[in-house]
Design a protein around this ligand. Structure first.
Ligand code: C2G
Length: 136
């Protein structure tokens, strides 16, 4: 069985995320997604609309995703790869070469990003439309 691992915030889930997760799962048999916690998002200077619990819940509902774990820091990847016996580490190619140092532990693959979609684009569209949202 081939285990695949990827990391991300996955806020305001969109088809770019789904494209990534679908291709990641197609590389193996079991896909683990490490979802950035709200605290780690602060470190990444990302302020997600959905909190961690809700982003985790959304990811767990995706048929390509087998397990969701928390991403608490930049440094946990090596331990995660060993802990879950990961065969393939996958990220979108906006991270090209950033995680090559993991290649002594597993295969490292960067997949082409889906063009013209991002959580930032969605947020700016909503702002332009002056759509105010009351966070539940
Ligand atoms: N992605 C993509 N195409 C897009 C948008 C995102 O392929 N149009 C991919 C990204 O390359 C990433 C994944 O979807 O692999 C999740 O994207 P984000 O939620 O933006 O995650 P990011 O902030 O890049 O966090 O330790 C790694 C970080 O946690 C990655």
């Amino acid at each position: 069985m081939k285990t695949v691992l990827t990391y991300g915030t996955f806020d305001l889930l969109h088809y770019g995320h789904i494209n990534l997760l679908q291709r990641a799962k197609a590389l193996g048999d079991y896909l683990i997604v490490a979802c950035s916690t709200d605290e780690f998002n602060e470190i990444k200077n990302k302020h997600s609309f959905y909190n961690y619990e809700n982003r985790k819940r959304v990811l767990e509902a995706i048929k390509y995703v087998d397990l969701v774990i928390p991403e608490n820091n930049w440094e946990q990847k090596r331990d995660d790869i060993k802990k879950y016996n990961v065969d393939i580490f996958v990220m979108g190619d906006d991270w090209q070469n950033k995680f090559d140092e993991l290649s002594d532990l597993c295969e490292v693959i960067y997949l082409p990003r889906t063009p013209d979609i991002s959580t930032t684009i969605v947020k700016s569209y909503l702002n332009e439309k002056d759509i105010t949202v009351n966070k539940s």
